[in-house]
Design a protein around this ligand. Structure first.
Ligand SMILES: Nc1nc2c(ncn2[C@@H]2O[C@H](COP(=O)(O)OP(=O)(O)OP(=O)(O)O)[C@@H](O)[C@H]2O)c(=O)[nH]1
Ligand SMILES: [Mg+2]
Length: 383
């Protein structure tokens, strides 16, 4: 059955403007679309004090209830994260399933996970998220989706489900720990190479750049979180070999559980010598995206690395707007940056040259005794 959702966002004069709230809901709607959910109505509510029991006030809930009936919706998605209590109360009042931003991101991650590691990481994050929110509708939902074998209605069963979930969480942590150790050994074998990681907000073109530079064949799609698994390729540019990794994108309010669970995937970013931070300059909110990426990098302890800032999708800008942006950026920022279009192959050589420069600098730093002629030899065997 097609899921039809009403989206709810809030704004207030103190810290979220109405325009920001609109943009957040548009992003939420894109998240819903990526998850196969149809957004049938958006509510942007001016809210100054959060109601600890129901997040929004009772009047607003009645208004949402009326919309559910009018539009035959079967889901309400809140852009802000709800406490487990708010979840339960709202669900009881509205009588349909409730999701928040974290919940929908987890849903997408679950659909997109490919490797065993990504699947385990997503399952761990989902269970940690579900545990305090377990209600009848949730258990029912999990059963429908062939989830984790939850039993169903009744407080007794919910208690049993909680115990099952806790056991599974412990098991998953153990398994992930093993995988992490194996990955660490694998990465040790590649220590001689300079490592470059592509980072950025989701849907900015990281995988497209990976495909262009490394002739990789990773999935690049107009979807949020198309990439969940890290792909690493050995690349040689101008006789300069290095390892290039494409990995999961960031988004505002990325659930903390997910960052925690994805630490082993993000280890690739963590252990990189250089970051290539890709920005979608055609997005009006690119500055906020840069901030979100930096905060996430800080959270995983990876902010202090030499970074090349790449503004992608310049083909979508008017030439005069692009010139203005370039000028204002160059004036205000230090550090290397480049404006490109992967689509139309604009400034790709400039991008490559700047990257090569940074990679060579790292080799000089890593191996001060060598000169450029003696960089590690690139061959085509596995990593
Ligand atoms: N117009 C335009 N679109 C681009 C450009 N580069 C990438 N795209 C498109 O942007 C979308 C996202 O590209 P991806 O390479 O999948 O982006 P990503 O950052 O890897 O995204 P996630 O893995 O989902 O976080 C795709 O539809 C690409 O075709 C560009 O230079 N110009
Ligand atoms: Mg990608």
């Amino acid at each position: 059955m097609q899921q039809k959702a009403i989206l709810v966002g809030i704004w207030n004069k103190a810290n979220i403007s109405y325009e920001q709230a609109v943009e957040y809901l548009n992003e939420l709607s894109f998240l819903a679309e990526t998850a196969g959910i149809l957004s049938v109505y958006k509510i942007i509510h001016s809210l100054h004090t959060i109601n600890p029991a129901t997040f929004v006030g009772s009047g607003k809930l009645q208004e949402i209830k009326a919309k559910i009936e009018e539009l035959n919706a079967n889901l309400v998605i809140f852009d802000d994260d709800l406490s487990p209590t708010q979840f339960r109360n709202i669900e009881k009042i509205l009588g349909v399933k409730i999701l928040d931003r974290s919940g929908i991101i987890l849903h997408i991650f679950a659909e997109h996970a490919q490797t065993a590691q990504a699947k385990l990481q997503v399952e761990l994050a989902s269970l940690q998220y579900t545990l305090p929110r377990l209600t009848r509708l949730w258990t029912h939902h999990s059963r429908e989706r062939g989830g984790i074998g939850l039993k169903g209605a009744g407080e007794q069963e919910i208690e049993t489900d909680r115990r099952l979930i806790r056991n599974r969480i412990a098991k998953l942590k153990e398994e992930l720990c093993k995988i992490q150790q194996q990955a660490q050994t694998r990465r040790k074998n590649r220590e001689m190479f300079v490592k470059v990681a592509l980072v950025g907000y989701t849907n900015v073109g990281k995988s497209s750049i990976m495909n262009l530079i490394a002739k990789a064949n990773v999935l690049a799609e107009n979807k949020l979180f198309a990439t969940l698994d890290t792909t690493t390729r050995k690349v040689v540019l101008e006789y300069t070999p290095f390892l290039l990794s494409d990995t999961v994108g960031f988004i505002r309010k990325l659930p903390h559980n997910l960052i925690e669970s994805f630490k082993s995937t993000l280890a690739e970013v963590n252990e990189a010598d250089i970051l290539v931070h890709i920005v979608d300059i055609s997005n009006a909110h690119y500055m906020e995206h840069i901030k979100v990426v930096k905060n996430t990098l800080l959270e995983i302890d990876a902010l202090d690395k030499p970074t090349l800032l790449v503004f992608n999708k310049i083909d979508l800008l008017e030439p005069s707007d692009l010139e203005d942006l370039k000028k204002s950026w160059m004036c205000s920022q230090l550090g290397p940056s480049v404006f490109i279009s992967v689509y139309q192959k604009i400034n790709i050589d400039e991008f490559k040259n700047k990257l090569i420069e940074l990679v060579r600098e790292q080799y000089r730093y890593k191996y001060p005794e060598l000169n450029d002629l003696y960089l590690p030899v690139a061959n085509s065997d596995g990593l």
